[in-house]
Design a protein around this ligand. Sequence first.
Ligand code: GLU
Length: 526
Amino acid sequence: MENIKEVRVRYAPSPTGLQHIGGVRTALFNYLYARSKGGKFILRLEDTDRTRYDEKYVQNLYDTMAWLGLDWDEGGDKGGEYGPYVQSERFALYKEYAQKLIENGEAYYCFCDAERLDRIRKIQQENKMAPGYDRNCRHLTPEEVKANLDAGKPFVIRLKVPLEGETKFHDHLLGDITWKNEDISPDPVLLKSDGFPTYHLANIVDDHLMHVSHVMRAQEWIPSTPLHVQMYRSFGWEHPEFCHLPMVNGSDGKKLSKRHGSTSLNEFRARGYLPQAIVNYVALLGCSYEEGKEFYTLAELAENFRLEHLNKSPAVFDYKKLEYYNGNYIRRLSDEELYKWTLPFITGTGDATLEINPENPQPKPKVGPEYSGVRLNDAGEPECVDESMGMTSADVKAALMKLMPLIRERLHFLCDAAEMVRFLFTKPAVLPVEQIVPKKLDAAKTKEVLEAAIGFIEKLPSISEEEGENLAKATAESLGVKLGDFMMPIRMAVTGSRVSPPLIGSILILGADESVARVRKTLESF
Ligand code: GLU
């Protein structure tokens, strides 16, 4: 790719839905390309479709980009030399440019009403003909056009697509592409009767006026590109370079969609994914970087991003792989960072409140005070829901901070933290005996284990963790049970759950006295 001109790329979504993995991949590759070349990354809002427009999607766009750390140089909310970057604020401009094409004979007024277009469509359907406009108004005389305009007849403006010949363009990934002009949609509308531009007109005018050097977008836009190339020719403009990105599919080889699982970024956030993990994994969808390296920061990705390293074949979105990245990035967080990231899930605030698609087959994350026993107070500090625990906000925060190093290794998702911290902030209900008795033991032996646990727990505060582990092994051995069968009943008595952070550490944070009290309470049912 020649680099005489400055690299200026854009992510130009239509705010008609929440940001999803496919869009984010497009945004990320544009961002990385801009940063790798010292160019500019533009965020443009293509909000010409007013029927599906919703302000919340605009907010979601800015919010998602900021959450991912993809900062933009020019854009809707930021301005820039070639703004505004919101298409609905540029309508006058599109009219003016559509008019220019009328004047240079590359476009024409079309006065066909909905009824006529409907009739054509039906005839085409009945006769199994290709759909599209029959170019009726392309042949109106200047006098007929004038008469219609004078009569105030509503019109649209259509592009005069050449009837013969071919349109050629080069795609960075797919190479030279040739389309027969007869296969381009017959004379598409550029300006609608209400004066609104179509996607095609606004997109081309903006890419030109905003000096976009490279159009990098999803492969599903390929069929529009010959038309766009024709439009650039009609205006007498040079077109940007094109690079249509590889598809992102689900494991079944079909385009990634809600059927496969989460796709919206909000949902990934609500499920406790870290932006670092998403950025790293999504960057690998259709592109390679250094040999044998798995983990990259955003800056490292930008440094290593090359258009030449894009893959032609579709990328497969693997949820398990993303989970692996997520766990890995969670383990890289400091205690302070982990506390900051997990607190919303523990208290059911922030990211934990984002909407989850109810049709998603994955279970809903168990987050918030109901699961953790901790809520946020008005001052934004964590507090115990159960006041009888007698903990101040400072106690709650201190206990959580102590627990962070213990839970870090066990989290696949940030949301897993809520249930793991629960035992510190609620008195667990005593579990039924049959649940506590391990498969290999009976109730009498389990009772022995729990009785021995009291002495074991009481010694823990005065010995090292390693000595604690050795003591657990020795006690289990003296009872003639496996270590797991010794620990599990204690875990269930102390934490009320089969899964908990490492037991000895958990007991030390909870306190030996409280832990012993819970074991004694459990023993009452034996
Ligand atoms: N507004 C289009 C979209 O929603 C932009 C396509 C393009 O990049 O040209 O994806």
